[in-house]
Design a protein around this ligand. Structure first.
Ligand code: SF4
Length: 237
């Protein structure tokens, strides 16, 4: 919208790269970053994650080791999810660090592209020098409205952004990941890496408490059942 003049110019569009987006997302960014730049939008990529898998996924606080991602483990026969530190470490902190280094002691208006469907995620900034603004909420645009807007201007709809190993994936998400062999290989690598981070605890990327490679990701049709109605593809979960 900034590129096409529907919103005022911005100083920079910040892309917070966890290093584990889908290959499709990186390909999308490669196709469209140049277009944004040629339309006067400066694109900045910040990263919070680098180093070995151990450095990326583990942290030690007061002598205790923690996993940064909301992985699952078994307790009293139930699946329990761990606390999440990844969004802060890999996304929020790198963005804040860039703003702090580039604001020249000026107040900052930070735009966040949350759509109307996720209005509950809107927040005030936790520092005085930043005011958060939510342009898509102001325009009452849902995710679907955003896609229609992009299509109207002949702009490619981006793939949904998330880490390829994100434990919040439902089965449909894992099916998608598996459909991109490079993504699946990297997700399986993370899954295997976290399994024994704190023995004898076993940790997994899914609440099924199974290795990714043992998940049954087949659809009802693949299992030989008939598809009686055509739904969005997630109701079989
Ligand atoms: S997409 Fe998932 S794993 Fe990645 S930062 Fe967000 S919550 Fe964490």
């Amino acid at each position: 919208m900034v590129a096409l003049g529907e919103l005022e110019p911005v100083d920079a569009a910040i892309h917070s790269d966890t290093g584990y987006e889908s290959k499709l997302t990186y390909e999308f960014a490669e196709r469209w970053t140049g277009w944004l730049t040629s339309h006067g939008v400066r694109v900045v990529t910040v990263k919070g994650s680098s180093g070995t898998l151990g450095e990326l996924f583990h942290t030690t606080v007061a002598g205790n080791r923690f996993l940064r991602i909301p992985a699952f483990y078994e307790k009293d026969g139930a699946s329990v999810i761990m606390a999440r530190q990844c969004t802060t470490n890999w996304k929020l902190v790198p963005v804040r660090r860039w703003i702090a280094a580039n604001r020249n002691k000026q107040p900052v208006e930070q735009w966040i592209g949350i759509s109307l469907d996720e209005i509950e995620r809107t927040r005030r900034a936790d520092v005085k020098y930043i005011t958060n603004r939510f342009p898509l909420i102001e325009k009452r645009m849902t995710r679907n409205a955003c896609m229609l807007w992009l299509e109207r201007y002949g702009i490619e709809v981006p793939p949904k952004s998330a880490c390829i190993f994100c434990p919040y994936h439902n089965k449909a998400g894992w099916v998608k990941t598996k459909g991109v062999p490079d993504d699946w290989r990297r997700a399986v690598e993370v899954d295997e890496h976290i399994r024994d981070f704190d023995p004898p605890l076993k940790t997994y990327l899914t609440s099924y408490l199974k290795p990714l490679t043992e998940l049954d990701l087949s659809t009802p049709e693949e299992k030989g059942q008939m598809n009686f109605f055509d739904c969005s593809g997630t109701c079989w979960l």
